[in-house]
Write a protein that binds this ligand. Structure first.
Ligand SMILES: Nc1nc2c(ncn2[C@@H]2O[C@H](COP(=O)(O)OP(=O)(O)OP(=O)(O)O)[C@@H](O)[C@H]2O)c(=O)[nH]1
Ligand SMILES: [Mg+2]
Ligand SMILES: [Zn+2]
Ligand SMILES: [Zn+2]
Length: 494
């Protein structure tokens, strides 16, 4: 901060001196622009560390060539002076001086012109690449559970010799492209295909998958153990791929084949009526989906995190998940049967054990999560609003008692009776909020105080609880679509 202030002060003083000298805003502005561009150039060249690539001729070699020519030219001069006949020596000296100096001068001028143009081009491309990245909010997060760092520039690999380039950016190795040590030409900006190269996390070396020139969205699914997070994530992906994507002409696919395989196994089992296994305490499963919208050339990468519910039962464990510091939104799952009053009522008509009731209060999970958030965001003041989107999702809507109150039929009825309500999602949000206010008013007040955007949803990750009968999620995609639409203008929920 102090450094920045110092730079700003120097900049202001410089502007003042320049203006005092020239009395012209145009000259002053021009001079400042040149200084800023020169500083950027110096910075770009300084930061392009030693890479396994050939340096561009106009960044270093051209100057050694000029030096070499100068030396040869001096040698020539000496050779002509050494001649026996004075007149011949003089004629040769004059001729050689003229030819020599002319050729050297011409060479120097051509090189200088090309150099200046190359540097200006470099600065333009460098700035455009940065603006492109900033404007499209391009970034990547490491899927390695023990790393999870977020970064703008991965390490790229040459597809011919597999050598790694740590700073594949416009610089001394080339402006738009560079020549690898194996002579392979590699693109060095996001807008000419750098994102398609094989890449790695710069912090831990984990292999990345999918296009790294894409916008990134991180959505963790949070909730106590057995609330239905794993069922929810798999069914939500299924619904996004099978229903939402075809209707909106989106193209959604897995970023890598191992995640696709893992998902296929779970979803095939769920279609046969088998539930997924419990999530390991230590493991963090991140599904990465690549999404392409026909109207936009930039693809989106959606990270969905499945975290074992136990991590939210002890303070501090969640902190190990760095992904929380850059999430776009949170899907907070609630098991309505974990509310005693509801469970007692449900037990009168059904065997609630079949619903795999979550034994931990979601209120407590929220407290652990908020504490971690405050630590993670270095925001110790509990009264500061968190800018994230918070989707409160009441799961297990298939339980008859719940369905009657917040299910799709109840929401449709509410929509018809309340003309000011715009959609069924809106109607369901109001019903779910009323439902939670009735049983857990404090929870609602706390999240609405803490989070900027809160919306309520009702869904069923399984659709029913009859083992052996194909499971099918209900309303599962809505919370994800809402978070995506809140974070990206190009994505519409309806
Ligand atoms: N009836 C019904 N039961 C559900 C639904 N979703 C989940 N369940 C039940 O809840 C159990 C736990 O689901 P999981 O998805 O494994 O829960 P989890 O939140 O991932 O649990 P942890 O991995 O332990 O944190 C399932 O085995 C089902 O019995 C649902 O929509 N309806
Ligand atoms: Mg799980
Ligand atoms: Zn190579
Ligand atoms: Zn990493």
């Amino acid at each position: 901060m102090l450094k920045l202030l110092k730079k700003l002060l120097i900049f202001l003083v410089l502007m003042y001196v320049l203006y005092a000298l020239t009395r012209s805003y145009v000259v002053c502005g021009g001079a400042i622009s040149i200084i800023v561009l020169a500083l950027i150039l110096v910075n770009v060249l300084k930061r392009s560390s030693e890479e396994p690539a050939y340096e561009n001729y106009f960044f270093y070699e051209c100057f050694t060539d000029i030096e070499c020519m100068q030396n040869i030219s001096m040698d020539w001069d000496d050779a002509t002076i050494d001649h026996d006949n004075v007149i011949v020596a003089l004629v040769v000296l004059i001729a050689s001086k003229i030819v020599n100096k002319f050729i050297l001068g011409l060479h120097k001028s051509v090189i200088r012109i090309i150099c200046i143009n190359t540097y200006i081009f470099l600065m333009i491309v460098w700035i455009t690449d940065k603006v492109y990245m900033f404007y499209h909010r391009l970034s990547t997060a490491c899927p390695n559970p023990s790393c999870q760092r977020k970064f703008k520039l991965p390490v790229y690999e040459c597809d011919r010799c597999q050598v790694k380039h740590r700073r594949l950016t416009p610089g001394k190795y080339g402006v738009l492209k560079r020549r690898c040590q194996c002579n392979n030409i590699m693109p060095s900006t996001f807008f000419n295909g750098r994102g398609k190269l094989k890449s790695y996390c710069p912090y831990c070396g984990w292999e990345l998958s999918g296009d790294t020139s894409s916008k990134q969205f991180t959505i963790p699914v949070v909730g106590p153990p057995s609330v239905g997070k794993t069922c929810y994530i798999n069914m939500a992906i299924h619904s996004l791929m099978e229903n939402t994507a075809p209707s909106k002409q989106w193209n959604i696919s897995f970023a890598n084949s191992s995640e696709q395989k893992e998902y296929d196994t779970v979803i095939e089992a769920m279609k046969k009526g088998y539930k997924p296994a419990k999530t390991d305490f230590d493991s963090l499963t991140a599904y990465q989906l690549m999404m392409k919208i026909p109207t936009d050339s930039i693809s989106r990468r959606i990270y969905l995190y499945d975290i074992a519910g136990e991590q939210f039962t002890r303070s501090g464990a969640v902190l190990e998940n760095k992904a929380f510091s850059y999430v776009n939104g949170i899907v907070f799952l609630i098991d309505p049967l974990s509310i005693d009053e509801i469970r007692y009522q449900a037990e009168e008509n059904a065997n609630t054990l079949e619903y795999g009731i979550s034994s931990i209060e979601f209120d407590d999970v929220l407290d652990v999560m908020l504490n971690n958030f405050d630590t993670m965001l270095k925001n110790r003041r509990m009264n500061v609003t968190i800018n994230n989107n918070f989707a409160v999702v009441i799961n297990k809507m298939d339980v008859p008692l719940i369905n009657e109150q917040i299910g799709n039929s109840a929401a449709e009825k509410f929509l018809q009776e309340n003309k000011q309500c715009r959609s069924i999602v809106e109607a369901q949000s109001i019903l779910c909020r009323e439902f939670l206010m009735k049983y857990r008013g404090n929870f609602v007040r706390k999240i609405e105080y803490k989070f900027k955007n809160v919306k309520y949803f009702a869904c069923s990750s399984l659709g029913h609880c009859n083992n052996g009968q194909a499971y099918a999620g209900i309303n599962v995609e809505n919370p994800l679509l809402w978070i995506l639409s809140m974070s990206d203008n190009g994505i519409k929920m309806m």
